[in-house]
Design a protein around this ligand. Structure first.
Ligand code: NAD
Ligand code: UDX
Length: 458
């Protein structure tokens, strides 16, 4: 079959895989190829067990793979063959040298730019899909413009706003698609070519275009605003616990104001995920770089509150359980950073588990999808940890249950059965406010939700 467009994506991760699968699904006449330096990841994309769990992803990959969606290790030839190249490589927080623990580590992006330069024999449009500090396109342009001869590269910014767990729905029905370009003749032409792809399934009014720097910055700002809401509600949950106000009632009353809105107001153990913390640090670093100290400190406080919320949760457990956890068995229900994903990157469960182990608690950890990652995250951590799929088996013989992920299945567990199998007095710390806490109290639990009055039998 002759394909109308040939698209390449460099980086076959949580973003590259699902976003390219969606383009392939919506545009059967385009050939979409995804490459990665990690050959195991490519093997997994070509196997029945995809490396990323997302509801709905399996079906689309199975439909398109081998027809117009390909996962390949041959980066060199794929760069040669394709003229629209998405870059979706990782951009973690730098862990070394200048800007350590704050700036974005752009080494993978730069290596990708150099690969594109090295293997290109024709002009190309290079599309930043990774989340990047504002002005990164300039670096890309500088590297790519060192090409000799007639080859020209146009750099676009097309940040990805999908959230994990709902990625396929977010990709199919995005709130908006953002495309930034240089406002030159060639920049606008490249922009139009990218609009054409999304316009296959996204209404035109939702495809917004801007200058390239606004596009790069908007992604960081969107994540910072979302995280800000979570830290705002979590900070108020601390006040609720002191005053007998109920955070769920407060969030409802506040969120019904249409100017505020009701989303992202669920108090919990803090936000996790690969994006919020790193993107806020990225923003903070940029503000420092431009000498905006007050602005930097404003945004940095979001991270501080997130840390505080996790420390507060641990302090509450220790206080409730008579000041010692040594030798006590604690069951952690949920290790993923949110429901419907196997991803545990920056999950509050990692930090909370480490702290509980330091207190010499013994942990049994259960999660419907994330146990493999949990074992990797806690490898080498001192203490007794057991990983058990079945939540009932995991809870048996424990002194306390901790709900750390808002998996739907945890709402409907048989809490009576769980209670019966536990050591008494039995404690339930609901870090996501998902159980019927009055019912659990009536069953016999001493229950500690977030930002609501604890109900105990003491
Ligand atoms: P990821 O780590 O899952 O995937 C990145 C992939 O890029 C890895 O498989 C890695 O091997 C590959 N890679 C790195 N350098 C390469 C190179 N030179 N050539 C080929 N492949 C290379 O990361 P992710 O979660 O998919 O995130 C990618 C980018 O998208 C990041 O900038 C992230 O901030 C952003 N983002 C992520 C999400 C999310 O929900 N995960 C959402 C929106 C945006
Ligand atoms: C986020 C952004 O939502 C997405 O647009 C961006 O592209 C990538 O980063 P993601 O990290 O996948 O997506 O998940 P998200 O749904 O934003 O949740 C992040 C964290 O905040 C999770 O740990 C979640 O449990 C927590 N959260 C979210 C709350 O604690 N309360 C809320 O009300 C909402």
């Amino acid at each position: 079959m002759k394909f109308k467009k040939k698209i390449l994506c460099i980086g076959a991760g949580y973003v590259g895989g699902p976003s390219m699968a969606m383009i392939a699904h919506k545009c059967p006449d385009y050939r979409v190829t995804v490459v990665d330096i990690n050959s195991e990841r490519i093997d997994a994309w070509n196997s029945p067990h995809l490396p990323v769990y997302e509801p709905g992803l399996d079906k689309i990959v199975k439909q398109c793979r081998g027809k117009n969606l390909f996962f390949s290790k041959d980066i060199e030839n794929q760069i040669k063959e394709n003229d629209l190249i998405f870059v979706s490589v990782n951009t973690p927080t730098k862990t070394y040298g200048a800007g350590a623990d704050m700036a974005a580590d752009l080494q993978y992006l730069e290596k990708t730019a150099r690969q594109i330069l090295k293997y290109s024999h024709s002009s190309k449009i290079v599309i930043e899909k990774s989340t990047l500090p504002v002005k990164t396109a300039l670096t890309m342009e500088k590297i790519l413009s060192s090409a000799k001869g007639k080859i020209k590269f146009e750099v676009l910014s097309n940040p990805e706003f999908m959230a994990e767990g709902s990625a396929m729905n977010d990709l199919e029905n995005p709130d908006r698609v953002l495309i930034g370009s240089r406002e030159t003749k060639s920049g606008l032409k490249a922009r139009a070519r990218l609009v054409e792809i999304y316009a296959r399934w996204v209404p035109l009014k939702k495809i917004i275009t801007s200058n390239i720097w606004s596009s790069e910055l908007s992604k960081l700002v969107a994540n910072a605003f979302l995280a800000q809401r979570v830290s705002s509600i979590n900070s108020i949950s601390a006040l609720c616990e002191k005053t007998d106000a109920d955070i769920v009632e407060v969030a409802k009353a506040v969120g019904l104001d249409s100017r505020i809105g009701d989303k992202f107001l669920r108090a919990g153990v803090g936000f996790g995920g690969s994006c919020f913390k790193k993107d806020i640090f990225n923003l903070v670093y940029l503000c420092h770089y431009y000498g905006l100290r007050e602005v930097a400190s404003y945004w940095e406080n979001i991270i501080k509150i997130n840390q505080y919320q996790q420390d507060r949760f641990i302090a509450n457990i220790l206080h409730a359980m008579f000041g010692t956890l040594a030798g006590k068995k604690i069951c952690i229900l949920g290790f993923a950073f949110k429901a419907d994903t196997s991803d545990t990157r920056e999950s509050p469960a990692i930090y909370i588990s480490q702290k509980l182990l330091t207190e010499q608690a013994e942990l049994t950890i259960s999660d419907p999808r994330a146990l493999k990652n949990a074992a990797i995250d806690l490898a080498g951590v001192k203490g007794k940890i057991t990983y058990i799929d079945d939540p009932y088996k995991a809870a048996a013989g424990c002194h306390a249950l901790l709900i750390l992920t808002d998996w739907e299945m945890y709402r409907t567990l048989d809490y009576r059965k769980l209670y019966r199998s536990m050591v008494k007095p039995a404690f339930l710390f609901d870090g996501r406010n998902i159980v019927d806490y009055q019912k659990c109290h009536a069953i016999g639990f001493n229950i500690y939700p977030i930002g609501r009055k604890a109900l105990t039998h003491f």
